[in-house]
Design a protein around this ligand. Structure first.
Ligand SMILES: NC(=O)c1ccc[n+]([C@@H]2O[C@H](COP(=O)([O-])OP(=O)(O)OC[C@H]3O[C@@H](n4cnc5c(N)ncnc54)[C@H](O)[C@@H]3O)[C@@H](O)[C@H]2O)c1
Length: 351
């Protein structure tokens, strides 16, 4: 089924929104990713894209004129336009600061992944958003990839059996603009989150080898993960690649799965046969934004809340430490709010 453009869905999957009041939304940070948010918001019915903000005035002007809205050069100017919701798409180290400005005004926030550059700041974002009673969702876009959704529904149906191991390959040419984080936090957090989502389990051990060739932080990494339920994960990621590739391979008790995030394909191998699974393609960012606005409208808790997004960035940062120390890290804590990694050497733990 083709989804009607610009309509919002309620919990039962019914389309709602066009008869309701327009939702006033803004985007802060309209660089490479933020302009996609602005494009989609400008196309959605029931949404008034009140303005876009970028500290780079040329960028703000250009994106505003592309999507027929008003440019702002300071976040506060846009946030004071009586917004219902804002998308925070500035560089990661600024997520905390800009999210705080929005939450302090009672504005619902969709914040790009990774939620923040440190676990402490990530936890703080969730604390202040919960205190203010605003909806906070983190843009873990791969959760909205139709191929991932299909695989998750196949896992839920139980036909694949237990997930035994999962590997991903996520490589791309170096994006010069990303200077505040290395590849583990920037790209690795996608795979940590997706693996944890598919395994339905938290990471308990991480070991990482990484190197820096062109970036001042790591630009190539090989990360091994052990999940609480016994599943294992392996992530290969690099910004030294000449091509862009994003693939996942998963071994289940009853089959082997090959998933391509980019072409949204899914192949299931079982009993020596290969079967291409039907996936209804869709733009993941559009699906993510529709879900965020639905949560805002209906007061629902987004399923990518604190637990998942803090876990993703926390494990990524633990991987960075592991690579620096050449040691595995054990991760403790019942949930994201008491996330505590500790180094392990010769079976002994060090904090
Ligand atoms: N979900 C995904 O697949 C995905 C893809 C790319 C980027 N991202 C995330 O989106 C965020 C932005 O990444 P990007 O690639 O678009 O970076 P970018 O550098 O292209 O864009 C960031 C924009 O923010 C603006 N900016 C900086 N400080 C600002 C401030 N104080 N107020 C207003 N604007 C400000 C910059 O001028 C720039 O135009 C990052 O957190 C990144 O991890 C997510």
């Amino acid at each position: 089924m083709t989804e009607p453009m610009g309509r919002l869905r309620n919990k039962e999957g019914k389309w709602v929104g066009s008869k309701e009041k327009m939702m006033k939304v803004g985007v802060i940070g309209v660089g490479v990713m933020g302009r996609n948010h602005a494009r989609i918001l400008s196309e959605l019915k029931g949404v008034d894209l009140v303005g876009v903000c970028d500290i780079d005035t040329k960028t703000a002007d250009e994106v505003a004129s592309m999507y027929g809205t008003i440019p702002y050069y300071y976040p506060e100017e846009l946030l004071d336009r009586n917004l219902d919701a804002v998308h925070v798409v500035v560089p990661t180290f600024l997520h905390h600061e800009i999210a705080k400005l929005a939450v302090d005004r009672g504005i619902h926030v969709l914040i790009e992944k990774p939620i923040a550059d440190t676990v402490v700041r990530a936890q703080d974002i969730f604390r202040f958003a919960a205190k203010a009673g605003v909806t906070l969702m983190v843009g873990h876009i791969e959760r909205f990839n139709p191929a991932v959704r299909k695989l998750k529904s196949m896992i839920r149906e139980g036909n694949l059996g237990r997930l035994i191991s999962v590997s991903t390959l996520r490589v791309a040419p170096y994006p010069k603009r990303i200077v505040d984080t290395g590849i583990i936090v920037d790209l690795g957090c996608h795979d940590i989150d997706i693996m944890s989502y598919l395994a339905n389990s938290l990471v308990r051990e991480v070991f990482c080898n990484a190197s820096s060739t062109i970036h001042h932080l790591e630009d190539t990494a090989s990360i091994s993960l052990n999940f609480e339920n016994g599943a294992t994960g392996h992530i290969e990621t690099s910004w030294l690649s000449k091509i862009k590739a994003r693939k996942l391979f998963a071994t289940f008790e009853q089959g082997f799965v090959l998933l391509d995030f980019m072409d949204q394909s899914l192949i299931l191998y079982d009993d020596n046969s290969a079967r291409e699974i039907d996936v209804v393609k869709a733009e993941p960012l559009r699906e993510e934004i529709i879900e965020f606005l639905r949560c805002v409208r209906e007061g629902d808790e987004p399923h990518i809340g604190g637990e998942a997004s803090i876990h993703a960035v926390g494990v990524a940062l633990a991987a960075v430490t592991s690579s620096e120390m050449h040691l595995p890290l054990r991760i403790h804590g019942k949930g994201a709010m008491d996330f505590t990694p500790e180094l392990v050497q010769n079976g002994k733990s060090y904090n």
